[in-house]
Design a protein around this ligand. Structure first.
Ligand code: PGA
Length: 245
């Protein structure tokens, strides 16, 4: 059930490019690890965080050796099996960052049969220290699709039609993953800090909808539940104008 809630306004910082968003996000990750070397950090996949990972690969002074690194989500294979054009998020994370840094790496696919165990690991010590998110054009965060409750657990979820359209345009349905395993909103909202990256003007309207100060959080836009989180920072490369409905 959706309970009574108190919304807080997240901080939004505008940068002048997607690269600058990535560099600022990398600086925040570096600060996090400098302040708390054994931080637990949850990382996203997608186009948005590519500049973040490029910046982090260049920051060779960061000491990752005590860190605990987690994935946000992962597709389940499509019915027709693994495809050449289908890179797993584990592959992505490995190539983009994890093979370049130390730390203990946790792949969500290894917990497909034990999602609660993965969630316990992410959330031990009173929640992850830092969760980094993108936002889907339908407002999903990780693969918490519309309809996700703010206390939703880590689980396998059916992908929303809009997610399939935007992530697998042109691919026949039997070749697309239709399900994913995702960290739940509950664990995300337990994070000590959330960093939401939104770049490209195509993300403007969903960001403006999710964080419209005149609208309460709602099931149809999962990112809006971040308004319940006391320490969310949004980094964008566009100015956000909120429509007051
Ligand atoms: P994107 O995906 O970074 O590729 O736009 C974001 C998301 O779907 O969460």
């Amino acid at each position: 059930m959706v309970k009574e809630h108190i919304s807080v306004e997240p901080r939004i910082i505008w940068q002048d490019s997607a690269n600058a968003v990535g560099q600022e996000a990398a600086r925040i990750v570096a600060d996090q690890l400098a302040c708390k070397p054994d931080s637990s950090i949850v990382f996203p996949t997608g186009k948005t965080p590519l500049p973040l990972y490029e910046a982090l690969r260049g920051m060779t002074q960061i000491d990752w050796s005590s860190s605990q690194l987690f994935q946000l989500d992962e597709y389940l294979p499509p019915e027709s099996g693994k495809l050449p054009e289908y890179e797993t998020f584990a592959d992505f994370m490995h190539t983009q960052l994890w093979e370049h840094v130390d730390g203990q790496k946790h792949y969500i696919k290894d917990y497909l049969q034990a999602p609660a165990t993965y969630e316990q690991m992410v959330s031990r010590n009173n929640g992850p220290d830092l969760v980094i998110l993108g936002i889907g054009s339908n407002g999903h965060v990780a693969f918490n699709e519309p309809g996700s409750q703010p206390d939703s657990p880590t689980r396998v979820i059916n992908l929303a039609p809009e997610t399939l359209r935007s992530n697998f345009a042109g691919l026949s349905p039997d070749k697309c993953p239709h399900q994913a395993m995702t960290l739940g909103l509950k664990a995300i909202l337990q994070a000590k800090k959330v960093l939401l990256l939104a770049t490209g003007v195509a993300k403007h309207d969903i960001l403006a909808k999710a964080f419209n100060p005149s609208m309460p959080p709602s099931l149809d836009c999962p990112a809006s539940w971040l308004k319940l989180h006391p320490n969310t920072l949004i980094l964008t490369d566009f100015q956000v104008s909120f429509q007051v409905d």
